[in-house]
Design a protein around this ligand. Structure first.
Ligand code: CAA
Length: 240
């Protein structure tokens, strides 16, 4: 049976590596994106993975988009909630807008992606929810009160979904990547980035593929007893 996987923010950065990894393992994959039509079209052209455009912070748009994916491909078995943004600023400079945009996309966006497909997973007795959290949800980060709050929120969410889904064959787990070589990390000022890399015992940024392999492990039919857990991939930068 071909399992169907949905990856939000799945055409760029870590999400793109996840989409490609799952496809290479035989899953049927759909990737969502929020804005960049050109990059999404190039991604579909290169990979053969269909892309769908909606804003994960909008519940009705998410519900309609997910219904379209299911009409095109079939019931979604695996959700990888990966879409996320940063609006970094020290707390004294953080505006309510900085706060709200990150909460809406990174945390409410996970609710909006999982909630519409949850009843179908319960009915079918199978589901895999994988949320891409962050090292900064585990340890906090100067300049990321908003982002760290959402990533910590992910951990409460998956622990709850794990308890509610376990009897229905649904697992919910989080991955906490450390600093990975993506546009998001490259947007951090070079001096700050260099000081962060100096704190990573591995002496380097992670690769998106290293996170993607964590996802394929948790997505597997064989991973049914791993539920409510957090898998860190951070080059030994932080231990819980
Ligand atoms: N720890 C302690 N002090 C720090 C600091 C830090 N990490 N960073 C800056 N400061 C200090 C500065 O030295 C400065 O001190 P003085 O006023 O005494 O000179 C003070 O804080 C204010 O600094 P700035 O005026 O430079 O502040 P700013 O308004 O320019 O904002 C910032 C700085 C945007 C928060 C910047 O520090 C930054 O980008 N930090 C990185 C945040 C980060 O790690 N983001 C991760 C992005 S990647 C990601 O999110 C993916 C993932 O999951 C890992």
């Amino acid at each position: 049976m071909t399992r169907i996987a949905l990856v939000t923010g799945g055409s760029r950065g870590i999400g793109s590596a996840i989409s490609k990894e799952l496809k290479s393992l035989g899953y049927q994959v759909a990737a969502t994106y929020a804005g960049n039509d050109e990059k999404a079209a190039a991604f579909s052209e290169e990979t053969g993975i269909p892309t769908y455009k909606w804003d994960v912070s909008d519940y009705e748009a998410s519900k309609a988009g997910l219904a379209q994916v299911e009409a095109d491909l079939g019931p979604i078995d695996i959700v990888v909630a990966n879409a996320g943004i940063t609006r970094d600023a020290p707390f004294h400079k953080m505006t309510p807008q900085h706060w709200q945009e990150v909460i809406d996309t990174n945390l409410t966006g996970v609710f909006n992606t999982v909630h519409p497909v949850w009843p179908g997973m319960r009915d079918r007795g199978f589901g895999r929810i994988i949320v891409i959290s962050s090292i900064n949800g585990q340890k906090g980060q100067f300049g990321q009160a908003n982002y760290a709050s959402t990533k910590a929120g992910d951990l409460g969410l998956i622990k709850t979904l794990a308890q509610e889904g376990a009897r229905k064959g649904i697992t919910a787990n989080a991955i906490c990547p450390g600093y990975i070589a993506t546009e998001m990390v490259m947007a951090v000022p070079e001096k700050v980035r260099d000081s962060i890399i100096a704190q990573i015992p591995a002496g380097r940024l992670g690769e998106p593929e290293e996170v993607a392999r964590c996802v394929s492990f948790l997505a597997s039919d064989d991973s049914g007893f791993i539920n409510g857990s957090t898998l860190s991939a951070n080059g030994a930068q932080f231990f819980v």
